[in-house]
Design a protein around this ligand. Structure first.
Ligand SMILES: *Cc1c(COP(=O)(O)O)cnc(C)c1O
Length: 466
């Protein structure tokens, strides 16, 4: 299987190259030139498989021999071994034909563990085989950083540097990053805001001369193809659990960068009967405006109670646009150029109509988010995190029929977002799971650095493993 860029300016690449690069050199995102397709009979035959057995079925065709099957199986087993639930991704019924898919039983209590545990092991395996080392650099305002650090903590061939804005991430989120031991793990608290962190990462990717010749940067943000791929698995898993593929299902997905929900879109293209995908956004609603009113204009960032979805632009949306425009890379390059210049574009009517056949969208503000958390707790004593609350509510508002199961993705554990939970009327913070109960006593390690590219790069060059 070959991978092509959404902007059409790159020769087809192998899986290995795509995983080790992240962004395509023409500025586009990598997608497979052709997807594997599974028949209903084949999908139905997977009903008895465990999560990791199912993951192997779905991931193997994308990897296409780049990792031998036995080694791939080991990587998958290692990735999901630390999850604290036997089912890995359990379903909980939350209403009539309505389900919550709990994706927060991984080491950092958010769905990003599904992809980043696997990506860490995969990168380490590929680098070991090549006799190379690589450097992961990323900026985070929350979940990505901790999940990436947990994913790389046992990787001998990777040094990881995660930048967060000093004093501007929640204490739980900071501690989840800074208390992970390991000589290859480096947390940098930058004296700046999240944009400053991101600009520093972008500048470093653009000019990597501060690193020795034998090291390159690898991107592990949600544009990395392997992350999307690993997320496809739980759509199949959940559908199989509620009667798929004989019965179509709908999903509601709390969405920021469109990585998670794009995996659901791919699952459908691979043969899973998915009747509807609901894009659930907070006040940062560029995707909701685009689907509902053809308004894809960049607006100011709003700091919400669901911070992991606080984005101005949704990077993975380009992958959907590529399909909506008949996989015409030139058309996407033009659209993205226009967006860079004007902060705005409108979709062709035919593209919009095609999107609306499958996607619905809703925006839920902070006030409603808090009310949903309170209502659900009142009704069933089930405590939602704010992102999941948005997904649940948007699913209810957009649902087309009661006969189709609606599966709402629970992207985080409520203990990660105590502010929203307390606003919903809970005295005190929701307790952390037992294995993390001592998080606030663990020793922290991080380096405060000024918002200065040279200083950050000098720090990184001075802390590489040999
Ligand atoms: C990252 C994240 C999201 C958004 O996921 P995307 O793939 O960016 O759409 C939603 N909820 C939580 C808790 C997250 O960490």
């Amino acid at each position: 299987m070959k991978y092509i860029s959404t902007r059409g300016g790159v020769a087809p690449q192998s899986f290995e190259d795509v995983v080790l690069t992240g962004l395509a050199p023409d500025g586009g995102l990598f997608v497979p030139d052709e997807l594997p397709r599974f028949s209903a009979e084949e999908i139905a035959s997977w009903r008895e498989l465990s999560y990791t057995q199912l993951a192997l079925k779905i991931i193997a065709p994308f990897v296409d021999g780049a990792v031998p099957e036995k080694a791939l199986k080991d990587l998958i087993d290692k990735s999901y071994e630390p999850f604290r639930h036997r089912a890995i991704a359990p379903l909980v019924q939350s209403g009539h034909n309505e389900w919550i898919l709990e994706l927060f039983h991984g080491p950092t209590l958010a769905f990003k563990d599904f992809a980043l545990q696997f990506l860490g092991h995969l990168l380490d395996y590929l680098l070991e085989r090549r006799g190379q080392k690589a450097v992961i650099m990323g900026a985070t305002s929350g979940d990505t950083g901790s999940a990436a650090i947990e994913g790389c903590r046992r990787c001998d061939n990777i040094d990881i540097f995660i930048l967060h804005p000093h004093n501007r991430v929640s204490e739980v989120q900071r501690r989840q990053m800074t208390t992970v031991p390991g000589a290859n793990i480096h947390n940098i608290a930058l004296e700046g805001n999240f944009d400053d962190c991101q600009n520093m990462v972008k500048a470093s990717f653009a000019d990597q001369s501060f690193l020795p010749d034998d090291r390159q940067l690898v991107a592990v943000n949600s544009i990395n193809w392997a992350r999307i791929m690993a997320q496809i698995v739980y759509y199949f898993w959940a559908a199989l659990s509620v009667g798929g593929p004989q019965r179509p299902v709908a999903f509601s997905v709390p969405t920021g960068n469109f990585g998670d929900i794009f995996a659901g879109y791919l699952a459908r293209k691979m043969g899973l009967p998915v009747a509807q995908l609901v894009i659930a956004t907070n006040a940062n609603d560029i995707l909701h405006r685009c689907i509902s009113a053809n308004d894809h204009s960049r607006r100011e960032l709003v700091h919400s109670l669901s911070p992991s979805m606080d984005i101005m632009v949704s990077s993975n949306f380009e992958r959907l646009l590529f399909d909506l425009y008949g996989r015409d890379g030139k058309a996407i390059a033009r659209l993205m150029d226009a967006f860079r210049q004007n902060g705005d574009f409108r979709l062709d009517e035919s593209a919009l109509a095609a999107a609306r056949q499958l996607f619905a969208s809703h925006r839920i503000d902070d006030e409603r988010t808090v009310a949903v958390i309170a209502e659900e707790f009142e009704r069933s004593e089930y405590l939602l995190d704010p992102h999941t609350a948005i997904g649940l509510e948007a699913g209810r508002r957009c649902r087309r029929d009661a006969a189709t199961p609606m599966i709402c993705l629970a992207t985080a554990h409520p203990a990660k977002f105590p502010e929203a939970v307390q606003k919903a009327g809970h005295a005190g913070a929701p307790p952390l799971p037992h294995h993390m109960a001592d998080l606030f006593e663990r020793e922290e390690r991080f380096q405060v650095l000024p918002d200065d590219l040279r200083e950050v790069q000098a720090f990184m060059a001075g802390h590489l493993s040999t």
